[in-house]
Design a protein around this ligand. Structure first.
Ligand SMILES: Cc1cc2nc3c(=O)[nH]c(=O)nc-3n(C[C@H](O)[C@H](O)[C@H](O)COP(=O)(O)OP(=O)(O)OC[C@H]3O[C@@H](n4cnc5c(N)ncnc54)[C@H](O)[C@@H]3O)c2cc1C
Length: 441
């Protein structure tokens, strides 16, 4: 799968082989473009690997919303809560939180839920088409998503979501406690009911990224693994090349899809992107015979329970602790306990069981992704900031970026997701000088 970075040049160079970069490569390759993807590690082993795998048009409320602020203040210093901020002095974090507070208003949510919903539905249709194409198997399971609740507070949260879904014509139906066995079979639950979204689906994210990387490689897309981009060479308003180790890769167009690492990387181009990595964990168990096929969201704890063909996964927690992937055992324990509260017989509390994984969701302060060309640069695009919905939005993002690069009008409106929406004038300053060295500054 991998190449060595000697004498390399390409038409489009994609920095970051997560689901966003790989999907962008796919839609470019499908339109006959010569593409190369470069990743500092192995393809698909960042945040895109062992997450919950939900492809969820039901997630149309941006992360920055008034409800999150209300609960977040209560949760944020408790290491076992769904949302946690590691106390530390970090100017970027404070500035991000300040902006988050500014965006988390009903007015902002009302303005953006429709574009987000349209983006999610567009992406869903592209997943469906990809599945139909039989390019590779990724366990596409369009069986819906059930959000269950235990408490009155949880029910109220779902009532709000139901009402919003109604306004946007997203199908959603109430499930009484008596009807829960229809979804859960013989698995016992303490949940008092739920809200079912029949238009959602799930896939195995690890299978998706690995299957996509193999598919692209067979189609002639060059994939460079264990090759970190350290810098860029700029001429005028163009990125001429990226610098890896001690060589350059020249490219006509460059797309940066480096997930949570994007902000540090594009800072080298003078672009200030407010992005915080939000760590989440998953615990995956072997599960020989799936006993239910509809994934769950446990409303009060924000944990997802996803049944794959041979595995069951619990995923959750959002921890603002910087760009590091160490496992915080208290947070993993909180996930086990959280599942145990709803599904007491499923074995979640057996601490020796399950493979633990951590990933970093790239989060913008307004809860929307950043997708589009960077103003002031004629050949540079960014696609990141997908937070908790990067799997759901991956195909839509990849297709929209590919179309934009090829001079076609993207099929969704990218205006709400544009790169310069945070302080447009202050944020981006073009670095006109030619970079002569690849040494980190
Ligand atoms: C616990 C958890 C559960 C989640 N569940 C869901 C879900 O159910 N549904 C959903 O839609 N989303 C979910 N998400 C969010 C989703 O995983 C992310 O939004 C998505 O994976 C982001 O994809 P990406 O390609 O932008 O980033 P990544 O997958 O992190 O890829 C970025 C890549 O860039 C590479 N890179 C970085 N810097 C450089 C460099 N300098 N040079 C070369 N390469 C570089 C990295 O190695 C990495 O491979 C979840 C996330 C977590 C953590």
């Amino acid at each position: 799968m991998s190449e060595t970075p000697e004498n390399l040049s390409t038409d489009v160079l994609i920095v970051g082989g997560g689901i966003i970069g790989l999907c962008t490569a796919y839609y470019l390759q499908q339109q006959g473009v010569s593409v190369m993807v470069v990743d500092q590690g192995a393809m698909g082993e960042g945040s895109s690997f062992a997450n919950a795998g939900l492809v969820a048009p039901s997630h149309f409320i941006p992360l920055a919303s008034p409800g999150v602020i209300r609960k977040g203040l209560r949760w944020m210093l408790n290491p076992e809560s769904p949302f946690y901020i590691k106390p530390r002095l970090d100017v970027d974090l404070f500035s991000w939180l300040w902006k988050f507070r500014h965006y988390a208003t009903s007015a902002y949510v009302n303005r953006h839920k429709k574009p987000l919903k349209e983006f999610l539905e567009y992406s869903y249709q592209l997943f469906e088409a990809l599945h139909q194409s039989n390019a590779f198997d990724f366990e596409w399971t369009p069986h819906g998503l059930l959000m269950v609740y235990l408490t009155e507070g949880g029910r109220r949260d779902l009532e709000y979501l139901h009402q919003q879904a109604g306004e946007l014509e997203v199908p959603a139906e109430w499930v009484s406690a008596e009807r829960l066995p229809k979804f859960l079979g013989h698995i016992s639950t303490t949940a008092r009911g739920g809200l079912f979204f029949p238009g959602d689906a799930h896939l195995d994210p690890g299978k998706f990224v690995k299957g996509m990387a193999d598919f692209l490689s067979r189609k002639g897309v060059r994939l460079l693994e264990h090759t970190a981009v350290r810098d860029f060479r700029v001429q005028g308003n163009r990125v001429e090349a990226v610098v890896v180790n001690d060589v350059e890769i020249r490219a006509s167009r460059v797309v940066v899809t480096a997930g949570s690492w994007t902000a540090a990387l594009v800072a080298r181009l003078g672009i200030r992107l407010p992005l915080q990595p939000a760590k989440g964990y998953s615990i995956t168990f072997p599960w020989e015979k799936p006993r239910f096929t509809v994934p769950l969201i446990l409303t009060e704890t924000k944990i997802a329970v996803t049944p794959f063909r041979q595995q069951l996964r619990f995923a959750g927690t959002l921890e603002l602790a910087g760009l590091q992937l160490n496992i915080n055992s208290r947070r993993v324990r909180a996930i086990r306990k959280g599942v145990q509260r709803y599904l007491p017989d499923i074995g979640a509390s057996e601490t020796s069981r399950g493979t633990i994984w951590a990933g970093l969701r790239p989060c913008t302060p307004d809860g929307l992704p950043v997708v589009g060309r960077v103003p002031n640069f004629s050949n540079l695009w960014l696609a990141t900031g997908h937070a908790m919905i990067g799997i759901s939005l991956a195909t839509g993002t990849g297709k929209a970026i590919a179309d934009d690069i090829l001079g076609k009008t993207p099929e969704i409106d990218l205006q709400p997701f544009r790169v310069d929406r945070f302080q447009p004038r202050l944020c981006i300053s073009l670095r006109m000088t030619r970079i002569k060295t690849n040494k980190p500054r």
